[in-house]
Ligand binder design. Structure first.
Ligand code: FES
Length: 219
């Protein structure tokens, strides 16, 4: 049958009713097309935003966790953190999302909560494995909760560490940060070197003894 030929109505069939049904079908398919187009536009906008964020971080345009050369001001993270608990906080600046976790054996760990892939928020999934996992839901990125190393998914680098300290009253404080993959001693020496030369000397930071001697010679 050619496209111009129309079948004759079957005996007992209402030609007007068929036309109404056809119109309804057309409208439904037009609606679903519109919905699909809108959905694709939303997905494209969100993905574009994430991609720009990722490129910005990679190019060094946006602020990266642990960039500061100075020792940040210590920040109270929690009055107490019991085994199996985690807390989200901002450190060293208000735009820096971070996460502290108390593991079941009492170990306290802190990290940037900004995924090193495209900057989504990282969560602690306690239900995954003995220690749980640091998990990024955007593209299934997974980080080891004891080290911050990438264990699965697309993140290219470990999570930057946030150094925590616990006071005698049980309060937990954030005191310094590391860059992604930076050894802890290098990170602490970088930040303690100038502002706390005695602490830097105790940590064995290069040049710290000289700075301490100069300091005491001046007093
Ligand atoms: Fe892609 Fe985290 S943003 S895995």
């Amino acid at each position: 049958m050619s496209v111009t030929e129309q079948p004759a109505p079957a005996p007992g069939q209402d030609p007007d009713g068929d036309a109404a049904a056809d119109q309804l079908r057309d409208r439904i398919s037009a609606d679903s097309l519109t919905t699909r187009r809108d959905y694709l536009r939303i997905v494209a906008t969100v993905s574009g935003g994430l991609a720009v964020g990722g490129v910005g971080v990679a190019a060094g345009i946006l602020h990266r966790h642990g960039d500061s050369e100075k020792l940040p001001e210590a920040k109270l993270v929690a009055e107490r953190l019991e085994p199996g608990q985690s807390v989200a906080f901002r450190f060293p600046e208000e735009e820096d999302r971070a996460l502290a976790v108390r593991l079941a054996d009492g170990t306290l760990v802190g990290y940037s909560a900004v995924c090193t892939h495209l900057a989504c928020a990282v969560l602690w999934r306690e239900d995954r494995g003995a220690d749980g996992e640091l998990y990024c839901p955007c593209h299934e990125g997974v980080f080891d909760v004891r080290t911050g190393e990438v264990t699965a998914g697309p993140p290219p680098r470990p999570l930057p560490m946030v150094f925590l300290t616990e006071q005698a009253d049980g309060s937990v404080w954030a005191i310094a940060t590391a860059r992604s993959g930076e050894p802890a001693k290098d990170a602490l020496c970088r930040q303690f070197g100038d502002s706390r030369p005695e602490t830097a000397a105790r940590l064995g930071c290069p040049g710290a003894d000289r700075a301490t001697a100069n300091e005491s010679g001046r007093t």
